[in-house]
Design a protein around this ligand. Structure first.
Ligand code: ZN
Length: 507
């Protein structure tokens, strides 16, 4: 009864500029509603319109492509002009955790500007296609050389793809309970030798032609798929262009889980399952079982993120380590990544030993490099943005860690995961395609080129398999579209929490 009252209050036409959709799960079926109508979204693709018009008319993952179509559109004003890929199954996953899923989720309109509640010029988190579209570029041994392809994948496919490239047999792409993952390896884009007879044992480095010896997964947080590919094709991102020449890119990218926020999707990438299974429901969520507000995506708590993983979850580092014999150097490495459980080397593990981010900074003096003197700095004016400033520090340190791990090719990890953060800062600060966003892409590319050059000096650049992705997309907010649904919720006089904002828990 109270959910119906809340839905009614949030779907009034007056809130249409800020409320794109309200979504929830009822009798095991995903439901979406807004001021134009209500629909039940069945897993078989059926849209059962309950009232009015279908507010989720399109679920096309390839909507607003080619990129010129996105550039030419002013941005959808109503949900019926937008697209929501995998809406049913993504909503179902976001509502599958009995303690941590909200009672309903409010999706911001793409244009909503909410700086008072943590919003930025560039935003993500929505169920919609542009905010959910992360790039996906692969290259090197084991990857087909196809260039740009008109196709898409899902971020839950990334972990399984990295795993099979590292030699994990497909029969072992399961969680800790033996259940299949939500994602699957992108087999149609790989050319791996047939599994040895008898299957699931043995190391990953067979030495046959086309067998990946080392795999590097790269995440550029929030990198915009269309702009990244367009800049690479225009010669502005030589590192990405180098990957594209030797491999492929999906123009539809990889679809994030819902909500399309950072830690939910880092976790989905590295576990191959959606939030309803891994338990990281958002960057901020409420846990009814403990009565605790959990904030896993924060410099103060990043290093603790593995604590929030649900039992039964298995990380890609654990999957790979189960199939690579112990050696004197790390088999798996996780650089600047919160979800590092099981990795032999992890930045966050180092922070845990030091007692956390702040303790590390306090105890070891100013260990963060000065971004003003970074060789990757191109536009000093962007350092006025404190998040961009910090992102450059993290990424410069990340590159240092990467080069140390790859001091020689023989002892380098079988799987290296290398997360970068300045791209998220650039896209938040200026919105996609802004000078700051493009600066962040160029400098991340320059760090990639520095690594590629290093591999060339080692003589192994063509022996390494790469996968470059992100955790979500980005859309530009309209500073003229402000407002909040909070007064409408408050007016109901019912006890609730709104985390995010957007995850509404009825108490
Ligand atoms: Zn992110």
């Amino acid at each position: 009864m109270s959910r119906e009252a809340v839905v009614a209050a949030l779907t009034v036409p007056e809130l249409a500029p800020v409320v794109d959709l309200v979504v929830w799960v009822e009798d095991g079926v995903a439901v979406a509603a807004n001021h134009v109508g209500r629909v039940r979204l069945h897993l078989d693709g059926r849209h059962e319109v309950v009232s009015g018009q279908d507010p989720v008319a399109s679920t096309d993952p390839m909507a607003f492509l080619p990129y010129a179509a996105e550039l030419g559109a002013p941005g959808p004003r109503v949900s019926t002009d937008n697209a929501y890929p995998y809406a049913a199954r993504r909503i179902l996953s976001a509502f599958a955790d009995a303690d941590r899923s909200p009672d309903l989720a409010v999706v911001h309109t793409p244009r909503h500007f909410f700086p008072d509640e943590g919003g930025h010029r560039g935003e993500h988190g929505s169920l919609d296609v542009i905010q959910s579209r992360a790039p996906l570029v692969m290259a090197g041994p084991g990857v087909r050389q196809l260039g740009p392809v008109d196709d898409h994948a899902r971020l839950v496919d990334v972990g399984p793809t990295l795993a099979v490239l590292c030699g994990v047999p497909e029969t072992d792409l399961v969680d800790g309970r033996g259940e299949p993952l939500d994602g699957a390896p992108l087999a149609q884009y790989l050319q791996l030798p047939p599994a040895p007879a008898g299957g699931s044992t043995g190391g990953s480095t067979g030495g046959a032609v086309g067998v990946p010896k080392k795999v590097v997964g790269i995440l550029w947080d929030g990198a915009h798929c269309g702009d990244l590919l367009a800049m690479a094709e225009a010669g502005e991102l030589p590192g990405v262009a180098w990957l594209l020449e030797r491999g492929l890119a999906l123009r539809g990218g990889a679809v994030a889980e819902f909500p399309s926020v950072t830690l939910t999707n880092h976790t989905s990438i590295l576990t191959g399952v959606g939030p309803g299974r891994h338990g990281v429901l958002g960057n901020v969520f409420y846990d009814r079982a403990t009565g605790e507000r959990v904030v896993p995506n924060d410099a103060a708590t990043w290093h603790r993120s593995a604590e929030w993983l649900r039992s039964g979850v298995r990380t890609v580092f654990e999957m790979v380590n189960d199939h690579v014999p112990q050696q004197n150097s790390p088999r798996t490495a996780s650089i600047d990544e919160a979800i590092d459980r099981g990795a032999d080397y992890g930045t966050m593990a180092l922070l845990r030993e030091a007692g956390g981010f702040q303790a590390a900074a306090d105890g070891m003096g100013d260990l963060m490099p000065d971004p003003a003197s970074s060789v990757f700095l191109q536009h000093p004016e962007h350092l006025d943005d404190s998040y961009f400033h910090w992102g450059m520090q993290v990424d410069d340190l990340g590159l240092q860690q990467l080069l140390q791990l790859w001091e020689d090719a023989e002892s380098a990890p079988v799987l290296t995961w290398w997360a970068n953060v300045v791209t998220d800062a650039g896209h938040h600060g200026g919105g996609p395609r802004s000078a700051m966003a493009r600066d962040s892409l160029r400098q991340s590319d320059a760090r990639l080129v520095a690594f590629l050059d290093h591999l060339e000096t080692l003589g192994v650049r063509d022996e390494v398999t790469f996968l470059l992705t992100a955790d979500h997309g980005f859309e530009a907010a309209d500073p003229g579209v402000t407002g909040s649904w909070t007064p409408a919720l408050d007016a109901l006089g019912i006890p609730y929490r709104d985390e995010g904002p957007g995850f509404v828990y009825l108490l």
